[in-house]
Design a protein around this ligand. Structure first.
Ligand SMILES: Cc1cc2nc3c(=O)[nH]c(=O)nc-3n(C[C@H](O)[C@H](O)[C@H](O)COP(=O)(O)O)c2cc1C
Length: 189
């Protein structure tokens, strides 16, 4: 697949088949993720892979319950409050694979570096015919020390990107993107 095709055709996927993503495929995606640039070449990322659709659905319920009380009427997520209150809403959309990208401590730009790794992973997934979606709804919940401890993740690792993976049930619809807003363009002397 051409890079341009991947860049323009990748979409967040929210409907998946039951087909399981193989460990080999996930490892290839992690290898693509770590090709990302990072400040001072620190490569400050670490990955956790959580598997199992039923268990993830339980974590979805817990994550919704955790998140809802934090969403005030002027919170940026307030428009999702009704959806998050719906017991049928699975924030992981029924997938059985969740990749977590953590920033290790003491890095100058760990958050940004991990975002770059996340984009590499999502583009590589698209190239393999997989769908992906960054699940910000899971971040607050999974970043709790108890959750990290439950998965054997050091408390000082910061969750940056929770990304679901799976095989898309439907072709993705195109989304109109706003053109780049250029706020300054100066030819400097
Ligand atoms: C930081 C971040 C958090 C996101 N959180 C969620 C989420 O919790 N649930 C969801 O369905 N999509 C989530 N998304 C996906 C966005 O909704 C999606 O990227 C956006 O609508 C643009 O669509 P596209 O990815 O198909 O280009 C998130 C994306 C980013 C970058």
């Amino acid at each position: 697949m051409e890079l341009k095709e991947a860049l323009y055709q990748r979409r967040s996927v929210r409907q998946y088949t039951q087909e399981v993503v193989s460990r080999e495929t996930i490892e290839e995606l992690l290898d693509a993720a770590v090709q990302a640039p990072s400040a001072t070449n620190s490569q400050p990322w670490a990955f956790a892979v959580l598997r199992g659709a039923e268990a993830l659905e339980k974590h979805s319920t817990a994550a919704r319950a955790f998140l809802l009380p934090h969403i005030s009427d002027d919170h940026p997520l307030s428009k999702y409050k009704a959806a998050l209150a719906n017991p049928k809403f699975n924030i992981f959309y029924g997938t059985g694979t969740l990749v977590l990208i953590f920033a290790k401590p003491n890095n100058i730009h760990g958050f940004g570096d991990c975002c770059l790794a996340a984009q590499n992973l999502m583009l590589a997934a698209h190239e393999k015919g997989l769908g992906s979606c960054w699940i910000g709804f899971a971040s607050y919940y999974l970043n709790q020390p108890e959750q990290k401890a439950a998965f054997g993740i050091p408390a000082d690792y910061e969750l940056v990107a929770p990304i679901i993976l799976g095989y898309p049930a439907l072709p993705s619809a195109a989304i109109a993107k706003k053109p780049a807003e250029i706020i300054a363009w100066k030819e400097l002397d």
